[in-house]
Write a protein that binds this ligand. Structure first.
Ligand code: ADP
Ligand code: MG
Length: 590
């Protein structure tokens, strides 16, 4: 038998699609507040949002004529006809959030469109309006949701623990707050302030208010533009990394998104700066021409699609690499960092951020703006502006390695230098490895620096297999500056080596190089070649060598001309630093 369902039953079923847990209520209510142009939004939850959710805004409010209608299904002020629907229909403008919430909880709304005129107070229980009366209140809307799923107990058991639900909400609210730096947000959980932002538009201030002041010393600004596209924000110094990507936050054209493309670019930007398996903390704001992103993503999917993902990946990589080229990126030798500068975990942020599986689409308002402006500005070339943060410059200052004063070497390994008010420790082996690696790669790529002739030519024998593949590796060595030739059966002779290497280094390098070839003589892939060079450099660096002043000076000069002087090719730091202040603190002078 087919029958028409009772309205309340139908509402409850429909509600289940939109409202499956407290986070979806918070998301819908906060989106509504943003749509209402609120400048201040307060979210208060209790019992993980299962017991109590209240969202207060200072937005446009709802006129008393429409207060009840707002709670009926398909009631929306945002769509007038089918044309609008085409533009925004897939992004959650279904006009059913309030109706759905009201169907599965006890809801109260207080709203007013102006400060002076009285507003309305409504109470809706399980979808039925039980009260609607005038009330004096400031402009804006407050919606309180109590006893979620009190009338659909079956759904309650699908909810996570109180803490689990709170964590999801906190994570989402953190992301929303970051995406809207001009709006003041306040999140209260169980009567305790989780965070509040200032609405000042300052991204760094927002990050620190949400994740804690401690983070500041670990962040570097990103500021990069290419062909009008912009990437700004903050990334962590290599001394701060995490084991998951949960502390990466991307905002593209005003929308909080997750993106494999941006993730990849970020990871590549940190190549040789972090060990594999470690992930940077990142807050990246990216603006690209509206036409180059797919805005028609599914409403429950937060993944964004770029028309040219490689261009975006490349831009992120470049932007991040540039940020990391700042001398500021050198890790401080402070108490915590000394223990383990590489695997040190991010400090637990003020808002403890867990990984969530929730699709967070908090972009509607901005997206709508983007859509509108792109139409208004007549063209999908429109790129939303991201203001540059105060005190951030586009050209990060590199570490001036050549101006350092050399103090000495300790333990035959660590060079101590000073520059202005800071002391640096330099791992001579890591530095050396970096210098060898870059000089050989540069040489390989440019084919132009000179070679030097060995007094005694070098001879070595390889396996039949390696010998059979000589057409692959001999040219590679020649491009690096080696004069190498076959010299009988499986025997090769080297008469010249790259001038940038000492003859001992050059010999050690080439011996290791051919030895490693035994495992994998096919080096047509550039990445394989790079890996091979990297490994051979490592073994060309001798341990425990006592360096003379002149050798140190020359090492520092070569290091200075490296693209990335800050880490060895494997991601170990070359430099750590200690400021005068940190020294003074250690000796209890400050
Ligand atoms: P939608 O957001 O898809 O339009 P909702 O059910 O979420 O549907 O809201 C219904 C309508 O109620 C909105 O279109 C808007 O006009 C009004 N509304 C809801 N929340 C607010 C708010 N906080 N401030 C002002 N108006 C609101
Ligand atoms: Mg809505």
């Amino acid at each position: 038998m087919i029958r028409v369902l009772d309205k309340h039953v139908a509402d409850k079923i429909a509600a289940g699609e939109v409202i499956d847990r407290p986070i979806s209520i918070v998301k819908e209510l906060v989106e509504n507040s943003l749509d209402a142009d609120a400048t201040s939004i307060t979210v208060e939850i209790r019992g993980g949002g299962k017991e109590y959710i209240r969202v207060t805004d200072d937005g446009c409010g709802i006129d008393e004529k429409y207060a009840e209608i707002a709670f009926s299904r398909h009631a929306t002020s945002k769509i007038r006809d089918e044309k609008d629907l085409d533009a925004i229909g897939t992004l959650g403008f279904r006009g059913e959030a309030l109706a759905s919430i009201a169907a599965v909880a006890r809801v109260e709304m207080i709203t007013s469109t102006e400060d002076e005129t009285p507003g309305r107070s409504l109470r809706i229980d399980g979808g039925t309006i039980v009260e609607n009366k005038p009330i004096g209140c400031p402009r804006g809307t407050t919606i309180t949701v109590r006893d979620l799923f009190y009338n659909v107990p079956a759904r309650l058991k699908f909810l996570a623990s109180e803490n689990g639900e709170s964590r999801r909400i906190t994570d989402m609210m953190s992301r929303i707050a970051l995406a809207y730096p001009d709006v003041r947000f306040r999140l209260i959980n169980g009567g305790r302030d989780v965070f509040s932002t200032a609405g000042s538009g300052n991204i760094l201030d927002n990050i620190l208010r949400i994740y804690g002041r401690d983070l500041e010393k670990d962040l570097l600004p990103v500021d990069f533009t290419r062909d009008g596209s912009i990437i700004r924000g903050y990334v962590s110094k290599p001394s701060l990394s995490t084991s998951t990507r949960s502390r990466q936050y991307f905002c593209v054209n005003g929308r909080v998104v997750s993106s494999k493309t941006v993730e990849k670019g970020l990871e590549k930007g940190y190549r040789e700066r972090l060990f594999t398996g470690r992930h940077p903390v990142a807050f990246l704001f990216i603006s690209v021409p509206a036409k180059t992103v797919d805005v028609n993503v599914h409403p429950t999917k937060k993944e964004i699609r770029f028309n040219d993902p490689f261009a975006v990946e490349d831009m992120v990589e470049e932007g991040v690499r540039k940020a990391l080229s700042a001398g500021e990126a050198v890790a401080s030798l402070d108490a915590k960092a000394t223990k383990d500068t590489i695997s040190q975990q991010a400090k637990e942020p003020a808002a403890s951020v867990g990984e969530t599986d929730q699709g967070v689409q908090v972009d509607v308002k901005n997206l709508l703006k983007t859509l509108r402006s792109s139409v208004e500005e007549d063209g999908m070339d429109y790129i939303p502006e991201i203001p540059r943060e105060e005190g951030v410059s586009e050209e990060p200052e590199r570490l001036d390695i050549t101006s350092m004063d050399i103090v000495g070497v300790v333990l035959d390994t660590y060079i101590i230098t000073t520059l202005e008010d800071t002391m640096y420790l330099i791992d001579q082996h890591a530095a050396h490895e970096r210098v060898l690696y870059e000089s050989l790669l540069t040489r390989y790529e440019s084919e132009e620096s000179p070679s030097q002739t060995l007094l005694t030519p070098l001879q070595f024998t390889v396996s039949a297999e390696t010998s059979g593949a000589e057409n692959e590796w001999i040219p590679a060595l020649r491009r690096m500056g080696y004069d190498i030739e076959p010299f009988g059966d499986k025997v090769y002779i080297v008469r010249q080596v790259p001038a940038s290497l000492g003859s001992e280094e050059a010999e050690a390098f080439v011996r290791q190089f051919v030895m490693d070839l035994e495992d994998k003589p096919d080096i047509r892939d550039h990445a394989d070649l790079e890996r091979l060079i990297m490994r051979s450099c490592k073994s060309a660096v001798k341990g425990g060598d006592r360096l003379h002043q002149a050798e140190i000076r020359s090492l520092l000069e070569q290091l200075d001309s490296c693209d990335n002087p800050y880490s060895c090719p494997h991601g170990r730091p070359v430099f750590v630093k200690m400021t005068r202040y940190e020294l003074e603190r250690m000796f209890k002078r400050a």
